[in-house]
Design a protein around this ligand. Structure first.
Ligand SMILES: Cc1cc2nc3c(=O)[nH]c(=O)nc-3n(C[C@H](O)[C@H](O)[C@H](O)COP(=O)(O)OP(=O)(O)OC[C@H]3O[C@@H](n4cnc5c(N)ncnc54)[C@H](O)[C@@H]3O)c2cc1C
Length: 446
């Protein structure tokens, strides 16, 4: 084992990881290939460049993204500190001046006495750890090849295909029914039956809807078997009714009613507090998804934990490959962090950089870190990436990832407030156990 921590990629996750370790007195060698070797979307050589939106998500105090940011503030996150300092007015979101934000992070890392920033592409996986791999959704092709050799081709993906996830509380259970096709299985699917008229109006709107255009480097996506729902609909008026919305074997269990089409929803967690719309990966804009998916019977008042998308995205099958501390089961000194482990978003990626860094530091210091409690936003994300069963697709922070008694509270605002209080209390206790690894600053009283 080396006496320093190697981090590959100075994006959101790698920058946060480097800062946390350096502040705890651990020497860090941080590799970043830009600007010499650019990615298809980054435009600068700055660390933690925001590739698209300048928003780090909601800062509304009863939201899951707020909770995640608050937990990161309590952990002295460099990303959130720079975001708070360089914020610009954006209603209830935390948006930043992107240049000031990443300039500040770059300067802080460059000037840190414990960090050596090397501007070069890493093409071989260092086998002497601890190492954190945080090369992001646009990992360089040569390095992807190395990852594929190390992990096996079946465990590395190049696109994600996200279906919307809906808050179970917002589904009209009187208009939907539980059943499995031909009665096989445990009636785990929630079904929304459509008449011919409802189906035709739905398809009509799908075809007219505004879409997000694919960028040039995203084009091969359709060869990967994750066809957007609207592209399927465009093949013919009945394509969906013979494809993902086929009604055969799904008559209503009480009335035996037959439908022209059936939209199926699958549980996202054991508690059944969130459901995903099966096969609804899409390039529709977010407002269009909200408008059109509410046309599905039973979803008129749907609240979305996550909306659908299709992206070019390099990510690994983290639940299969990683231990709870984000290290490889097969090579425990190699940690992974950021979007490459299947979280979505700037703040989620930073959070995973922070956790991987704590664990890698623990490895260097011979201390086993207690995992962040599952009732916290950071803990819920860790649990998702290392414990999700079945089909694995990237995830942003949302209340559907939380479990516990609070989830049964019907009043949504109260439920969310309770989740947040429980999370912050859980985090406070956890922070106390981290003193050996690092001294943490406590949040200033409001
Ligand atoms: C087109 C696009 C648009 C997006 N829009 C948004 C958005 O609006 N909001 C949002 O929250 N998220 C967005 N994302 C997701 C976003 O990329 C992540 O949220 C975040 O940047 C991930 O952080 P990361 O640290 O994992 O990866 P990155 O921030 O991408 O950092 C990875 C770093 O590793 C470097 N690197 C790669 N390979 C090597 C190598 N071999 N050697 C050395 N360095 C290497 C890269 O240059 C990069 O700096 C978008 C992603 C894409 C692809």
């Amino acid at each position: 084992m080396t006496s320093h921590l190697t981090i590959i990629g100075a994006g959101l996750a790698g920058s946060e990881a480097a800062w946390q370790a350096a502040e705890a007195g651990v020497p860090v060698v941080l590799y970043e290939m830009r600007p010499e070797r650019p990615t298809p979307v980054h435009k600068t050589g700055s660390c933690a460049e925001l590739v698209c939106s300048n928003s780090l998500g909601s800062n509304q105090d009863s939201s899951a993204p707020f909770l995640l940011k608050q937990e990161l503030r309590n952990l002295d996150s460099l990303v959130i500190r720079s975001a708070d300092k360089n914020s610009v007015p954006a209603g209830k979101a935390l948006a930043v001046n992107r240049d000031l934000f990443s300039d500040e992070i770059t300067r802080t890392l460059e000037q840190h006495p414990n960090i050596t920033l090397k501007r070069e592409e890493v093409t071989e996986i260092p086998m002497e750890g601890p190492v954190i791999i945080a090369t992001g959704p646009l990992t360089s092709p040569k390095f992807s090849e190395q990852l594929s050799n190390l992990l096996g081709q079946d465990y590395l993906y190049f696109y994600d295909a996200l279906s919307p996830i809906i808050d179970a509380e917002s589904i009209d259970m009187d208009k939907t029914f539980f059943a499995s096709r031909y009665g096989k299985g445990d009636a785990d699917y929630l079904n929304c039956g459509m008449s011919r008229g409802q189906y035709e109006r739905f398809v009509d709107e799908l075809l007219k809807a505004e879409k997000v255009s694919l960028k040039e480097f995203e084009k091969p996506v359709y060869f990967e078997g994750c066809m957007p729902i609207e592209v399927l609909a465009d093949r013919g008026p009945q394509t969906l009714a013979f494809g993902p919305l086929k009604p055969v074997g799904l008559n209503h269990p009480d009335t035996n009613e037959r439908y022209h089409a059936v939209v199926q929803l699958r549980k996202e967690n054991r508690e059944g507090t969130a459901y995903n719309l099966v096969g609804f990966q899409t390039k529709l804009t977010y407002p269009e998804q909200r408008r059109i998916f509410k046309m599905i019977p039973g979803l008129e008042n749907a609240e979305f934990f996550r909306l659908g998308a299709i992206h070019r995205n390099t990510f690994i099958n983290a639940p299969q490959l990683l231990s709870g501390d984000l290290s490889l089961k097969s090579h425990p000194d190699i940690f992974f962090a950021g979007q490459i482990i299947g979280v979505e978003g700037y703040v989620e990626s930073s959070a995973m950089g922070l956790v991987a860094s704590l664990n890698a530091m623990g490895r260097l210091k011979g201390i086993a870190l207690t995992p962040p409690p599952p009732e916290t936003a950071i803990g819920a994300l860790c649990q998702y990436v290392t414990g999700k069963e079945g089909n694995y697709q990237p995830m942003n922070i949302n209340f559907g990832l939380f479990s516990g008694l609070e989830m049964r509270i019907r009043d949504k605002k109260k439920r969310n407030e309770n989740i947040i209080l429980r999370a912050l209390a859980g985090q406070e206790k956890w922070l106390a156990g981290l003193e050996d690894i690092k001294q943490y600053r406590r949040p200033k009283p409001a």
